[in-house]
Design a protein around this ligand. Structure first.
Ligand code: TIU
Length: 216
């Protein structure tokens, strides 16, 4: 059993029943020219967490945690992209349009691929998801259930969108969730901070948070 000095109180987990879930560390969000920038965002805050996510991956692999990597991406024919998602707002480029890293948020295009230093290794699960939450329209829950996973550590981007949505989905499904504070980022630092606070408020209403350095 591993105990982490977390907020709002200690978080305890057995490595054999715990998965690390790295959310959407893909070029479309982290690098210029992708989906994140097409929405009008400055993407630079996201690149800053890559070294910490690398260290968290190494820590988790060394302790035998099951590792899950998600990507937000759609089929080339957009059949899994609700028109409401594609048509909302007035982005410079919409999902499926051609940008500097290929078609925006389309599976198989360079932009939809992982940041190279964070790519999965053999034995790790890759989930391609059409939504913000990783449980929506994916095999994630079945896979975790088959493996007897009860606890989830979270990292990735963006804190208040895909990370928080997935943590809330997981919490409602009965998982004990810990978000690694310096392994998650947002285009809006204030939203990241607010998300950390709302997750752990009210006696860990959604889950726990702790910096990477709190992992023993
Ligand atoms: N726009 C934004 O903040 N995020 C997303 O669209 N997807 C994820 O968070 N991965």
């Amino acid at each position: 059993m591993i105990t982490v000095s977390a907020a709002p109180f200690d978080y305890c987990f057995e490595p054999a029943r715990t998965a690390l879930v790295v959310i959407d560390m893909q070029r479309d969000f982290v690098e210029p020219g992708g989906f994140g920038e097409s929405l009008g965002n400055d993407v630079s805050p996201l690149a800053g967490i890559v070294p910490t996510v690398q260290r968290l991956l190494a820590w988790s692999r060394a302790r035998g945690l099951f590792v899950v990597h998600t990507r937000e991406a759609h089929r080339p024919d957009l059949s899994d992209c609700p028109p409401a998602k594609r048509e909302r707002g007035s982005p410079r480029l919409r999902i499926g349009d051609i940008g500097p890293m290929g078609r925006i948020l389309i599976d198989g295009e360079p932009g939809a691929g992982f940041v190279p230093t964070l790519a999965p290794v053999a034995g790790e699960l890759e989930i391609v998801k059409p939504g913000k939450g990783a449980f929506h329209a994916t095999a994630l829950q079945d896979t975790l259930r088959t493996r007897g996973i009860t606890h989830l550590l979270f990292a990735g981007v963006t804190t208040e969108v895909c990370v928080q949505t997935t943590m809330r989905e997981a919490n409602d499904r009965g998982y004990e969730c810990l978000l690694i504070e310096d392994a998650t980022a947002s285009y809006f630092p204030a939203f990241r901070q607010a998300t950390l606070e709302m997750i752990r408020a009210q006696g860990a209403i959604v889950g726990w948070t702790a910096p990477f350095g709190a992992l023993p």
